[in-house]
Design a protein around this ligand. Sequence first.
Ligand SMILES: C[S@@+](CC[C@H](N)C(=O)[O-])C[C@H]1O[C@@H](n2cnc3c(N)ncnc32)[C@H](O)[C@@H]1O
Length: 224
Amino acid sequence: MERKIITTSDGSVTIHLPEWDEQYHSKHGAIQEARHVFLNIGLHHWLENNSKRPVDILEIGFGTGLNAFLTLLESNRLDTEICYKGVEAYPVTAMEIEKLNYPEAADAVSAEDQFLKLHAVPWEKIASITNKFSLIKNQLKFQEIDLFNQFDLVYFDAFGARVQPELWGEDIFNSMYKALRQQGVLVTYAAKGSVRRAMISAGFQVEKLPGPPGKREMLRAVKL
Ligand SMILES: C[S@@+](CC[C@H](N)C(=O)[O-])C[C@H]1O[C@@H](n2cnc3c(N)ncnc32)[C@H](O)[C@@H]1O
């Protein structure tokens, strides 16, 4: 499928899929959205309520590595250990990586080497990006994930249900529920009623919270 790099409202770029009229991030600001949904409502909430370290994070849709990079910056800033697994079936290319302006747009030019390292490390192997942040990237379809009781936090960042409804049903959320530990948390930018109901059927307790700019609501789900 054709992929084009576009600039979003906060100056950070994202990838646009013309065929689906879909983006990897919000057009209202890729970095702004990622910070709100995955850091503020996800990671910071976890850190405030749990003392367990390292934090084990599973990302559904590694894509451009933006969520991983912003999480790595938080690990640096807070001196907190994080083990990060990114699942992705269709990795970005070297040419696309060159056009991703995240270190500059996130005001973290000094961490540019760390951003590039997230992409440069081999797939399927655990790599230390810093002494506090390890990463494993798995090239795999989300539907094939079979993980049990291993994660504290899931960043659920698939394309929208409008274009990939099969990734927002009960089967996927059953698999996410299984992958999380007790008290584990899943966050997503989505807020659709059908998504919320699928999460509840999988066993999650679900909260609606204010969304990032341009979006009224988002969801946070807990495995009790
Ligand atoms: C919304 S984007 C993720 C954005 C990413 N979190 C980032 O920060 O750039 C959704 C991602 O899911 C991937 N994807 C789509 N369908 C998939 C599937 N069935 N299995 C695995 N990955 C898939 C796409 O290639 C894309 O990278």
